[in-house]
Design a protein around this ligand. Structure first.
Ligand code: SF4
Ligand code: SF4
Length: 439
């Protein structure tokens, strides 16, 4: 059994609400809002105009540059608007709005590759680029970028992340239980592209069904299923690499610096569907959960579906919501409107009832050190908190604040309820601003 180096935490994980709920489908939404920016990097550029008819799978936004990703129509219908609409990040984002024609008509001529492992790596990478695949664990880094490391970086291992350590979320768990073959075949394609023989899939030990299904599917392939201790943030990329391979990503570095390409299990399944059937990334599994939703479950959701539609399809809210998060309770982002769309990186929607949201203000740091002990990167969260409060964000740089993965362990354990992650984000934003000024 592998585990992370730092202390980490053991939050209430509440996965029982959805862990045994089979992935279901939602009724087709009446419209979708597809942001041109759902990934790290440059937004894509629209390929359609208002009034155009589009079919499901049709490319409607072209990647702009290398670090970017294309977007595709997730339903058939008519483009009724192109402009700025609410985005789950809290900002407004350029988006294409498609009104459904109710037919869900797919585009014709998708290219299938039954013998996909005989394809050239370059050809496979082109398929992945065209399918608009990004990291589906939430990071949303364009997948093809990770598959094109600079020549001097020698990759020897592909690692798939099936840890899903974030409380409440079970989308990856259900994917591995119900569709293990897609994940393993996707992994084989990734290994073929990178020309490596070593592959690992990390899964936390609270997912016995997924472990069994993946072991069966991976049997005889040489892909190892690595069982990890249930601990947060076991699934953070750098922690996963350290736990399974014993290698440490250097401060400010990337997994490719130590010979590793890491992807999420959902990304591997998306790669398989793109390569085998020519299907671009237009839907994903989302866990809709929390004590504030009538019918929690795991659902296949079309990209661009509005939160309002998802909630209605899940039977509506239970009482008054205190918070609705995209993502889980540790790293999720609170939403201010129901008119935000599900994105390629939306692994979960969590509805917390009003009575469960703590509204007390934070108090002074008592230097208890709990945040330092919990930090999986072994940073000094207390220092960042105090410096942010004192209005001295620049001073945090020398304490390696940029290595913070914003996992939220420090905030979770702080007895003074200090909003440490928010303060860290403020520090990072100030540092970015200062850097842009100099540039
Ligand atoms: S949010 Fe950052 S500082 Fe806080 S525990 Fe996580 S990595 Fe450490
Ligand atoms: S846990 Fe909170 S109170 Fe304790 S040292 Fe960290 S910031 Fe201060």
């Amino acid at each position: 059994m592998w585990t992370i180096a730092g202390e980490g935490i053991h939050p209430i994980h509440e996965k029982r609400l959805t862990s045994s709920v089979t992935v279901g489908d939602l009724r087709l939404p009446g419209k979708v809002v597809i942001p041109l920016s759902q990934h790290i990097g440059a937004p894509s550029e629209p390929l359609v105009r208002i009034g155009d008819s589009v079919r499901k799978y049709q490319k409607i936004g072209e990647a702009k540059g290398f670090i970017s990703a294309s977007v595709h129509a997730s339903i058939s219908g008519k483009v009724i608007a192109i402009g700025k609409f609410p985005h789950p990040s809290g900002n407004q984002s350029h988006s294409i709005v498609i009104e459904s024609d109710g037919k869900d008509e797919p585009m014709e001529g998708l290219t299938e590759h039954p013998d996909y492992l005989s394809l050239d790596p370059k050809e496979l990478k082109d398929i992945i680029v065209n399918a608009g695949i990004v990291g589906m664990g939430g990071a949303t880094f364009p997948t093809h970028v990770k598959l094109n490391p600079p020549k001097e970086k020698k990759i020897d291992t592909v690692l798939l992340n099936g840890a899903e350590c974030e409380p409440y979320l079970t989308a990856d768990d259900r994917l591995m239980v119900e569709m293990p073959r897609e994940v393993v075949e996707g992994m084989k394609i990734l290994m073929h592209i990178m020309g490596v023989k070593e592959g690992h899939i990390g899964i936390e030990d609270d997912k016995p069904g997924a472990i069994e299904a993946m072991r069966k599917a991976a049997s005889g392939t040489g892909i190892h299923i690595s069982v990890l201790e249930k601990k947060y943030p076991q699934g953070a990329e750098k922690q996963l690499i350290k736990s399974i391979l014993g290698r440490e990503v250097p401060s400010g570095g990337l997994p490719m610096d130590i010979g590793v390409v890491a992807q999420n299990v959902g990304t591997a399944a998306a790669v398989y569907n793109a390569v085998r059937y020519g299907i671009p990334l237009i839907e994903r599994i989302v866990t809709v959960t929390g004590q504030g939703i009538q019918r929690p479950g795991n659902f296949r959701v079309r990209i661009g579906t509005l939160l309002e539609h998802v909630i209605t399809e899940c039977g509506g809210l239970v009482g008054e919501p205190g918070k609705i998060l995209f993502g889980g309770p540790m790293m999720g982002i609170a939403q201010y409107t129901l008119y935000v769309p599900v994105l390629k990186g939306t692994s979960g929607i969590l509805v917390i009832p009003k009575e469960d949201v703590l509204l007390e203000d934070f108090t002074a740091c008592i230097r208890c050190g709990r945040c330092v002990q919990a930090c999986p990167i072994r940073l000094l969260p207390n220092m960042y908190s105090v410096l942010a409060e004192a209005g001295k964000p620049k001073d945090a740089e020398k304490y390696y604040v940029l290595d913070c993965i914003e996992c939220g362990c420090c905030t979770y354990v702080c007895p003074s309820r200090r909003p440490i992650v928010h303060q860290i984000r403020y520090i990072k934003a100030e540092m970015r601003k200062a850097k842009n000024k100099v540039a």
